[in-house]
Design a protein around this ligand. Structure first.
Ligand code: 13P
Length: 140
């Protein structure tokens, strides 16, 4: 699975803790991150992460581009809901594209944990939804 990890500045300690706690699951995936987030996680965990530009310099849009190319499977984006972001349009555009393509996206650590545990258990099967094949989901 291709996973993007992104966190606004106030949430960076949280995403580092999350990545550390779920390192075993994450290290089996192909990881991407915006610039500063990726650097902090890589330093703390030794996880191999492809780093894009920093969010305000286009990193969010780079993640969005991968979504549009069907190259992104899951996104953890710990947003700071209490601080205005200069690149708010980019943030909104990324979240919008995730909805357009039905990509699982967590914006807080509670949802992120559910997604990562679901991923480990093999429950993240959204590509069947994207392709209109609901057979697996009919079982639930
Ligand atoms: O601003 C961000 C997401 O909108 C995150 O970017 P950085 O990881 O480079 O700080």
């Amino acid at each position: 699975m291709k996973i993007a990890l992104i966190a606004h500045d106030e949430k960076k300690p949280e995403i580092v803790r999350l990545a550390t706690a779920y390192k075993v699951i994450l290290q089996a995936q192909t990881l991407f991150a915006t610039g500063h987030t990726g650097k902090l996680i890589a330093n703390a965990t030794d996880l191999k992460i492809h780093r894009f530009n920093s969010g305000p310099l286009g990193g969010d849009q780079e993640v969005g581009a991968l979504i549009a190319q069907n190259q992104m499977d899951l996104i953890i984006f710990l947003r700071d809901p209490l601080t205005a972001q200069p690149h708010e349009p980019d943030v909104n555009a990324l979240i919008r594209l995730a909805d357009v393509y039905q990509i699982p996206l967590a914006t807080n650590v509670g949802t992120a944990e559910v997604l990562l545990r679901g991923l480990a258990a093999g429950f993240i099967d959204f590509r069947n939804l994207v392709n209109g094949d609901l057979t697996k989901h009919d079982a639930y």
